[in-house]
Design a protein around this ligand. Structure first.
Ligand code: HEM
Ligand code: HEM
Length: 177
């Protein structure tokens, strides 16, 4: 089913979750792998697409936020303290997944380079020091997001292997009819 249900996330939520996950992990690992293994082939292949991938994440996250709001009454239930903490964690991840590309775009725009997607200038550069300095938070957002993702994946595995409560199956495996 396309829509979410109290038992599991539907096809659209799952598609958006895994698409954004792959793009963001590719983006972060291309930078972090390059820090330890300079000029490696993987980072060199991804870097020219950094802005294009980032803008893609921003567009997908805008759609995902609207979709999540429309589905909020019929999503899998989060009862108990730990579960409510999970909702807080998801909201923080949504915020970082939007702030990350937004800060990157404001940085390159405000520094006069503009924002280029698939080689085309979607926004010409401007002289906007406020935007460039907000963009200075790009690296900080990246570290926070990385910490959140590591915690998130650990919790998903903890639910699956220790609690065995079917949390992972809400997002993986066949979607309910
Ligand atoms: C999901 C989206 C994005 C992720 C996960 C991401 C991740 C990162 C990371 C980890 C760094 C290294 C930061 C550091 O060394 O302190 C970086 C640098 C950079 N990013 Fe992004 N980025 C994203 C989107 C964008 C977008 C949309 C743009 C531009 C339109 C952009 C432009 C830049 C630039 C120019 C740098 C180098 C300057 C710097 O190190 O602060 N990024 N990005
Ligand atoms: C192996 C990697 C991953 C696994 C196994 C995984 C698993 C899950 C599961 C089981 C849920 C549902 C949790 C619940 O209902 O309480 C979930 C939700 C979520 N995950 Fe992940 N995830 C992974 C990677 C990621 C990454 C890389 C991101 C961020 C880029 C992310 C962001 C989210 C968000 C924001 C939610 C909230 C539900 C939504 O609106 O989509 N996940 N994930």
């Amino acid at each position: 089913m396309l829509k979410d249900s109290p038992r599991a996330y539907g096809r659209l939520t799952r598609t958006l979750h895994w698409l954004v996950a792959v793009l963001v992990v590719t983006q972060l690992s291309s930078v972090f792998v390059n820090a330890v293994w300079k000029d490696n082939a993987f980072s060199q292949a991804i870097f020219p697409w950094h802005t294009t991938i980032g803008v893609g994440v921003l567009i997908l996250m805008t759609a995902r936020t609207l979709w999540a709001l429309s589905q909020r009454r019929q999503r899998p239930r989060h009862e108990g303290r730990l579960q409510r903490l999970a909702i807080g964690g998801h909201i923080v991840m949504y915020a970082l997944l939007i702030l990350m590309p937004l800060s990157g775009a404001l940085m390159t725009w405000g520094m006069g380079y503009g924002v280029h997607v698939f080689g085309k200038a979607w926004f010409e550069g401007a002289d906007a020091p406020w935007a460039a300095s907000f963009g200075g938070l790009h690296g900080t957002f990246a570290w926070l997001l990385t910490l959140m993702i590591v915690g998130h994946v650990c919790m998903a595995l903890y639910h699956h292997f220790r609690l065995r409560d079917g949390t992972l199956r809400r997002m993986l495996g066949p979607a309910p009819d």
